[in-house]
Design a protein around this ligand. Structure first.
Ligand SMILES: [Fe+2]
Ligand SMILES: [Fe+2]
Length: 530
């Protein structure tokens, strides 16, 4: 297999890892990573060592899907013990950072009583010195903001912890990523390459452009030991050619969950890229093979792992002209800047957008609209719905926006007018706030409070409120986490009795009774606009 040119096989999974854990967005910024390291990873590790049988049973229980249990497929206590020792030994500075975030919160609780905060700078815990500004809100509640760009330049950010694990898959079955470390040996070929490296672009270009084996081997700096394993991931067979839309209006295609490609003759826009690889399945779907070679705009709605997925984004990076992200609040621990985060990961053209801002493109525009709730009442600004205009068509992608204050969309409607098609997420139960944000909370949140603050999208009434407000002619329920190729980031299994299904069924029925096209998307869908 030394001669000729090769492509990367379409069933090769490329999992980005940080320190052996699946790289979701909170594992990139040093502060959120340090908190997840001590409050999620080490706790799961301890619990597994103590009782591996509990974890083995829990991952088989559908009621506990997405819980803090390792899905290792076989007992690996010794390996997990080694992981704990390595983590404690080699990540001690990140453990200190996490402890010092707790200590700073404690300091502010105890000593910031409305008087000047200036004397407290001398007491800021060591790891955070020079990386925080202390502030009050207008109710004299103290907090701090992180100087995020400096933290990325500090020893707390180490791109050498980043790696890509390559392996082939043949089904949708993958372990849940937030709670299962990727131990060496069980996930194919681990390439110790920082995410920002152009070497990854060279690798992922091979999905469509062939490369000589020697050239890619040199580019990736592969040692001889990896040769046969790497070669098994390549094929001489070219992928099917991509047939772009060439009509006069537009075409959209649903790739699963919140991932939708809108193509006009000149411009294409991809929302919340989360893609399936290509392999045999009973569920028909679009995959990486069904994307154009150039993506003019990639839009990210919010910073949840089912909407911003590095695994997909890194593989598309070389094709992306512009990636549009919502602006963050600036330094809040729970709201890291997506622009900074993506730039650290090698994305060059990242544009931040604020509510009601617009980007024009030939024949259309993208407008960022308010995205309400769904973040457990934490002050997170990094969330945006998007209104796409193309020709005479207007499509509103609301993602997980929970319409808790319909008056806001009344004001929005006054500005943008009626909408033809609404795409709305209705995961209306939602996980408690601690599911994603628990490691960032430095004081225990009582269970009842935790369960009252949910990461929930719109229910029937709220979604219908949007349909009525924007006088939509078509409604598509999406972002429901039902596609099995999202199991590794979502872990949702609905039954007919699940609220998201009951509420979305009711919405579809009401809409259809009113002559509005309504459908809950699943798998794949194509619509041609005229
Ligand atoms: Fe979400
Ligand atoms: Fe979501």
């Amino acid at each position: 297999m030394n001669r000729g040119s090769y492509y990367l096989k379409p069933d090769v999974v490329a999992e980005p890892l940080v320190d052996g854990w699946y790289a979701w967005a909170h594992l990139i910024p040093p502060a959120t990573f340090s908190r997840n390291l001590t409050e999620r990873h080490l706790k799961i590790i301890e619990s597994y060592i103590e009782s591996p049988e509990t974890h083995e049973a829990a991952v088989k229980d559908p009621k506990l899907l997405g819980g803090p249990f390792m899905d290792l497929r076989q007992r690996r206590v010794e390996d997990v013990r080694k992981l704990r020792e390595r983590t404690l030994r080699e990540r001690s500075h990140l453990i200190s950072l996490s402890r010092d975030i707790e200590a700073l919160d404690r300091l502010l609780r105890e000593k910031a009583a409305g008087f000047s905060l200036e004397p407290l700078y001398a007491e800021v815990p060591q790891a955070l010195r020079g990386y925080v500004e202390l502030v009050y809100d207008l109710n004299n509640q103290p907090s701090f903001r992180l100087i995020e760009p400096l933290l990325y330049k500090s020893p707390f950010y180490n791109c050498q912890l980043q790696a890509i694990a390559l392996s082939e898959i043949s089904s949708d079955d993958r372990p849940f990523v937030l709670s299962t470390p990727r131990l060496e040996d069980d996930h194919g070929l681990h390439l110790q390459i920082p995410f920002a490296s152009e070497r990854l672009d060279a690798l992922f270009r091979m999905k469509r452009e062939p490369s000589a084996l020697n050239a890619i081997r040199d580019a990736l700096d592969l040692g001889n030991g990896h040769d046969s394993r790497f070669q098994s991931l390549l094929t001489a067979e070219p992928p099917p050619p991509y047939v772009a839309y060439d009509g006069d209006a537009a075409r959209w295609r649903y790739f699963g969950h919140a991932c939708i490609l809108l193509e006009t003759r000149g411009v294409n826009v991809l929302l919340d890229p989360v893609l399936s690889y290509t392999y045999e399945s009973d569920i028909s779907r679009y995959t990486y093979d069904d994307l154009p070679d150039v993506l003019d705009y990639v839009l990210i709605t919010h910073n949840h792992q089912d909407h911003i997925l590095f695994e997909t984004l890194l593989q598309l990076r070389h094709r992306i002209r512009q990636i549009v992200v919502p602006r963050s609040s600036g330094g809040a621990l729970q709201d890291p800047s997506l622009k900074l985060l993506l730039k650290q990961c090698g994305f060059q053209n990242v544009m931040e957008i604020s509510e009601m801002e617009e980007i024009a493109f030939p024949g259309g525009s993208i407008t960022a609209l308010p995205f309400l709730g769904e973040h457990g009442d934490l002050n997170v600004l990094t969330k945006s719905a998007y209104l796409l205009r193309t020709g005479k068509h207007k499509l509103l992608f609301a993602a997980d926006s929970c319409n808790i204050s319909p008056e806001i969309y009344r004001h929005v409607h006054r500005e943008v007018g009626d909408v033809d098609a609404l795409f709305v997420g209705m995961e209306c139960d939602g996980a408690p706030v601690s599911w994603i944000y628990g490691p960032l909370l430095t004081q225990r949140l009582e269970r009842q409070k935790d369960h009252s603050r949910r990461l929930a999208g719109s229910n029937y009434e709220r979604a219908l409120g949007m349909v009525e407000q924007f006088r939509c002619k078509e409604v598509y329920v999406y972002a429901m986490g039902q596609e099995p190729w999202l199991n590794h980031v979502m872990s949702i299994k609905y039954t007919e009795k699940s609220n998201p299904i009951i509420h979305s069924n009711r919405l579809m029925e009401t809409c259809q009774n009113r002559g509005i096209t309504a459908e809950r998307l699943f798998g794949e869908k194509e619509i041609l606009l005229h």
